[in-house]
Write a protein of this length. Structure first.
Length: 309
């Protein structure tokens, strides 16, 4: 396994790409970079359908602050093993499988190659997964999560219909079928105009160029099984015990213009689960770390203040 830098998206200095095997036998592509005299390691969790190359810029930002960085592609996307043969669909059976990915990368990349203390940085579905991990063991000093997946937009289907279809499709063996209404192509290969991720044309074009050169990194529409697993895990997190906070200080950053995840779902979670800090960047679309520079600067200032507190 290897990384795919481009002229517009150079790889961070001294970054290493490795293949690791999860306990249930899935091959993952992971990467880590350790600057001299690193003051700790930031463990990055990507969103759905992403790939390591999209995080080169934020990795360089973090290394410039003196941190080592580790990240990976979730099973079924990017350069990791796909779960549906000969198909680019985004598929998962249960989010416990993603939990297994975290355990594998933590033990075989973070503990093996990266200095403590460990900090978390996660986006969207990755933010959801980091919240799952923060329900129990104390493994991070603190965490920053952007646009976590804690609610979905059900239009054009009513919520009960969407839930019923996802459940029924799994029961009758159609779990690997892509959801209707979702384009088969990866989001990053869509036209820039009216995209739901970012208002920054340069960063959009940069990622689109990577996918054009290496289409094998792309992930298409999610499957019925993915939706069923997602809704089940969201329901779990929305029942977070009111008396129990996260296992480390955690900041949730919302994008005011988010059209991918539901900010109402995020606010519902924060109101129930005490102990989380939150802020909203009003002008940002879903991908705060991939937005215009002024928005990224707001985010990085908040990250610095929270991590160094």
């Amino acid at each position: 396994m290897k990384l795919f830098p481009t002229l517009e998206n150079k790889a961070p200095a001294n970054i290493h790409c490795v293949e690791i095997l999860t306990q249930d036998g899935v091959k993952l592509r992971a990467a880590f970079a350790v600057p001299k005299q690193a003051k700790g390691t930031v463990f990055i969790f990507q969103g759905r359908a992403e790939f390591i190359e999209r995080y080169f810029e934020i990795i360089r930002d973090l290394m410039g602050r003196g941190f080592a960085v580790a990240t990976f592609d979730w099973r079924g996307q990017g350069g990791s093993q796909r779960l549906v043969k000969d198909s680019p669909v985004g598929h998962i059976n249960h989010f416990a499988e993603y939990d297994a990915d975290i355990d594998a990368v933590y033990s075989r990349v973070l503990v093996a190659h990266c200095p403590k203390p460990y900090y978390g940085l996660a986006h969207s579905t990755g933010g959801h997964m980091m919240l799952r991990a923060l329900r129990g063991k104390k493994w991070l000093e603190c965490a920053v999560i952007t646009s976590p997946l804690l609610g979905v937009h059900f239009k054009p289907w009513p919520e009960l219909v969407a839930r019923g279809l996802a459940f029924a499709a799994n029961r009758i063996g159609l779990g690997t079928v892509p959801l209707p209404g979702f384009p088969a192509k990866p989001v990053q290969s869509w036209k820039f105009e009216n995209n739901p991720l970012t208002a920054d044309r340069r960063r959009w074009d940069r990622d689109a160029a990577t996918l054009f050169a290496h289409p094998e990194l792309g992930t298409g529409a999610p499957t019925y099984s993915w939706l069923n697993a997602t809704l089940g895990s969201i329901d779990e997190l929305q029942k977070w015990p009111k008396e129990r906070g996260p296992s480390c200080p955690t900041l949730i950053v919302m994008a005011g213009q988010d059209r991918v995840v539901s900010n109402a779902g995020i606010n519902k979670f924060i109101e129930r689960a005490h102990g989380f800090s939150s802020l909203t960047i009003a002008d940002s679309q879903h991908e705060i770390m991939n937005e215009k520079q002024e928005i990224r600067q707001q985010f990085l200032a908040a990250f610095d203040a929270f991590i160094e507190n």
